[in-house]
Ligand binder design. Structure first.
Ligand SMILES: [Fe+2]
Length: 562
C-alpha cells in the first residue's frame, strides 16, 4: 500500500512516500527548485519521490495532506470579526491565500488523475506533527508535545500515545502561540521572523538573560491544564511588525544595521531562557498527566535544539524523540503515516531513525558530470581515508555521498567538513565558505561511542537536534565547534545509520586523536542544501572549499592537496 504525504500549506513544502508503512522517500521542494523554505505546491518533489521509489501515480493508494482547510472555521470568523482593524489582512490570508493553496492542490490532482484518483485525506496540522511523530518514534507509549507558530488554529498539542492511539490532553489556539512569541525577538534582532529563529538561538548566549527575564516571563503563561496564554499587546499580527509599540517601549529599538547593541543580545537571551522555561512547564504538565518515561517533541519550535537539550537534562523523561524534519516539512511524513496507521488501520512498522530519505547519485552519474565539465578527478577506493587526511591537514572538504537528508540539518551526506581542533577554523569556514554571521557556531559530528569523552549529553543526538555542554576540559581541544557558552549542537554518528561517515570520522580520529569533525550544511547562507552533483560543484567552485568528495571521486583546487 502506497501513501503519498504532502505538506503544501505553510512553508517548507515537502512530499514523501510511505510504502507498506515504511518511509521510502521524502524530499523537500526547496532542494529541487532552489527556493529556500518554499511555500509552493511540491510538484517536483512529488514527481521525484515517485521516480526514486520506482512508482507512478497509478500506484498511489491514498493521499495525505497535513492540513484540514475548514477546521476551526467558526473560531476564525469570531476572531476576525472581533478585530475590525486587522480583518482585511486576516481575511486575505485565510480566504484568498487558503483558497489559492487548495486551487493548486486540486489542479495538480485533476492533471494527474483526469478520470479520478485516490482519496485525499486531510489531516489536522498538529495531528500530522504530533501523532505522526509518535507513530514513527521508537516508543510504544509516550507523552507528546507539539509546538509551532500555528496550524489551522491550534498552536500546540499535548497528548499521550499508546500503540496507534493518541489521546489529546490540551491544545492552545492562535494567537496564544509559542512560535509567535519567539518570532518577535527574531525580528527585533534584525533577522527574518518565521525563518531565522535559529540565529536568535545562536545569539542568545552573548546576552544576559536576567536583564529582561521577568518582563518576558510575564508575556507567556502556561496554565495548569497545559494551555498557553500570550499577552498579545506586545506582539504584531497579520502583516504588522512582530514587535508591537509596547514591545519597543519595553526593550528599546530593534537592530538596524550590522552591529548588535546590548539590548538586542539581552532580548535574545531572555526570550530563549523563557522559551525553555515555558517548555519545561509544559513538560511538567505532561509528566503529571501521563506518568510516561518517553517524550515526543514535534513542531517548528522543536528545532530549538538548546530547548531540547534542557528538556533532556531537566524535564525528568528518560529520553526524547524529535524527528529530523521537526518543522512543517516533517508533516508530510506525519500525515502519511497517520493515514496509514490510524485512518487505514494498519499496524505500526516504521521507526524513523534514518534521515537519509532523499535522492542519490551513482558513481557513474557523478563521473559523467565531472567529465562533462572537463574537470580532472581522482577515483579513490577508500574515499573516507583520503578525506580524513585532508581534514587533518586543515582543508575544508565538500562531502557529497549517498541519499540526501530530510530536514534542515546536514547529517553527513550533504555536508561541508573541517577540522574542529584547529583554532581559527570556525572563522575560516565562515569567511571563506558559508559567508554567514560570525557569531553563529558550527556543529560537531562524533562517533557515538566517543560522545561521553567530549560531550555531556543524555542519550544520542542522531539528528543534530540537541544542544549539550562540551566537557570543559575539551573546550581547548575543540575550539571550532565550542560555542561561547561552552555548548555544541551535537550530532552523534553510528555505524548502523551512516557507515561511510562513521568510517571517515574514525579515520580522522586515528590521525588526530579526536574522532570529531566540524560539520556544516553543504550550502552558502540563504540557499538550500545542495541536492545534486551539479549543485555541489557550483558551490565548490564559488566558495573557498578546498576539495570536493562526491561518491568515490575527489576534485581538488590545489593539485598538491590530495
Ligand atoms: Fe507546523
Amino acid at each position: 500500500m502506497n501513501v503519498l504525504g504532502i505538506n503544501y500549506f505553510y512553508h517548507d513544502s515537502t512530499a514523501c512516500l510511505v510504502v507498506d508503512g515504511r518511509i521510502a522517500v521524502a524530499i523537500e521542494e526547496e532542494r529541487l527548485t532552489r527556493d529556500k523554505h518554499t511555500t509552493k505546491f511540491p510538484r517536483r518533489a512529488i514527481a521525484r519521490c515517485l521516480s526514486e521509489a520506482g512508482l507512478s501515480a497509478a500506484d498511489i493508494d491514498a493521499i495525505a495532506v497535513s492540513i484540514k482547510p475548514f477546521k476551526d472555521w467558526s473560531a476564525k470568523v469570531a476572531y476576525g470579526l472581533a478585530r475590525p482593524r486587522s480583518l482585511k489582512p486576516f481575511a486575505m490570508n485565510e480566504v484568498a491565500g487558503g483558497g489559492l493553496k487548495q486551487y493548486h492542490l486540486r489542479n495538480w490532482y485533476r492533471e494527474t488523475w483526469p478520470e479520478g484518483g485516490p482519496q485525499i485525506h486531510y489531516v489536522p496540522h498538529h495531528t500530522a506533527h504530533a501523532v505522526g511523530t509518535f507513530l514513527v518514534s521508537p516508543y510504544e507509549s509516550a507523552a507528546i508535545l507539539s509546538i509551532d507558530g500555528a496550524g489551522e488554529w491550534a498552536t500546540s498539542f499535548l497528548g499521550e500515545g499508546t500503540g496507534t492511539k493518541v489521546t489529546r490532553l490540551a491544545e492552545s489556539y492562535f494567537p496564544n502561540s509559542m512560535g509567535v512569541f519567539y518570532e518577535a525577538p527574531t525580528e527585533f534582532c534584525g533577522f527574518k521572523a518565521n525563518y531565522d529563529e535559529g540565529k536568535t538561538m545562536g545569539l542568545a548566549p552573548f546576552g544576559d538573560p536576567e536583564v529582561y527575564r521577568e518582563a518576558v516571563d510575564r508575556m507567556l503563561t502556561v496554565r495548569p491544564d497545559g494551555a498557553m496564554v500570550l499577552d498579545t499587546s506586545y506582539f504584531g499580527f497579520h502583516g504588522a511588525p512582530r514587535c508591537a509599540p509596547k514591545f519597543i517601549a519595553a526593550f528599546g529599538n530593534g537592530r538596524n544595521g550590522d552591529g548588535f547593541e546590548a539590548n538586542h543580545l539581552n532580548v535574545a537571551a531572555a526570550f530563549q531562557a523563557v522559551l525553555e522555561d515555558k517548555a519545561l512547564e509544559l513538560c511538567a504538565v505532561l509528566r503529571e498527566k501521563t506518568q510516561s518515561r518517553n517524550l515526543i517533541i514535534a513542531g517548528g519550535v522543536a528545532l530549538n535544539s538548546v530547548m531540547n537539550g534542557r528538556i533532556v537534562r531537566e524535564a525528568g523523561f528518560d529520553d526524547i524523540y524529535v524527528m529530523p524534519a521537526a518543522g512543517d516539512n516533517g508533516t508530510a511524513i506525519g500525515a502519511a503515516i497517520y493515514v496509514y496507521n490510524v485512518v487505514l488501520g494498519q499496524p505500526r512498522v516504521s521507526v524513523h531513525d534514518d534521515p537519509y530519505l532523499g535522492t542519490s547519485y551513482s558513481d557513474e552519474y557523478i563521473d559523467g558530470v565531472i567529465r562533462a565539465a572537463k574537470l580532472v578527478a581522482e577515483r579513490h577506493d577508500d574515499i573516507a581515508s583520503t578525506v580524513a587526511r585532508l581534514l587533518a591537514d586543515g582543508r575544508i572538504v565538500g562531502w557529497f555521498q549517498g541519499r540526501m537528508e530530510i530536514g534542515p540539518r546536514a547529517l553527513g551526506n550533504r555536508s561541508i567538513l573541517a577540522n574542529p581542533t584547529l583554532p581559527g577554523m570556525k572563522d575560516k569556514v565562515n569567511a571563506e565558505v558559508k559567508h554567514r554571521e560570525a557569531f553563529r557556531p558550527f556543529a560537531p559530528s562524533v562517533q557515538v561511542e566517543a560522545t561521553g569523552t567530549y560531550f555531556d549529553v543524555i542519550g544520542e543526538s542522531p539528528f543534530m537536534l540537541k544542544v549539550c555542554p562540551v566537557r570543559p576540559e575539551m573546550w581547548d581541544r575543540l575550539p571550532a565547534i565550542t560555542h561561547v557558552d561552552g555548548s555544541a549542537r551535537l550530532h552523534t554518528v553510528s555505524r548502523d545509520t551512516n557507515p561511510l561517515f562513521y568510517d571517515l570520522i574514525g579515520k580522522f580520529g586515528e590521525l588526530t586523536g579526536t574522532p570529531v569533525v566540524l560539520n556544516t550544511s553543504f550550502n552558502i547562507m540563504g540557499e538550500p542544501i545542495v541536492e545534486s552533483p551539479e549543485q555541489a560543484m557550483r558551490c565548490f567552485f564559488t566558495t573557498g572549499i578546498d576539495a570536493l568528495a562526491m561518491g568515490s571521486y575527489l576534485i581538488t583546487k590545489d593539485p598538491g592537496a590530495s
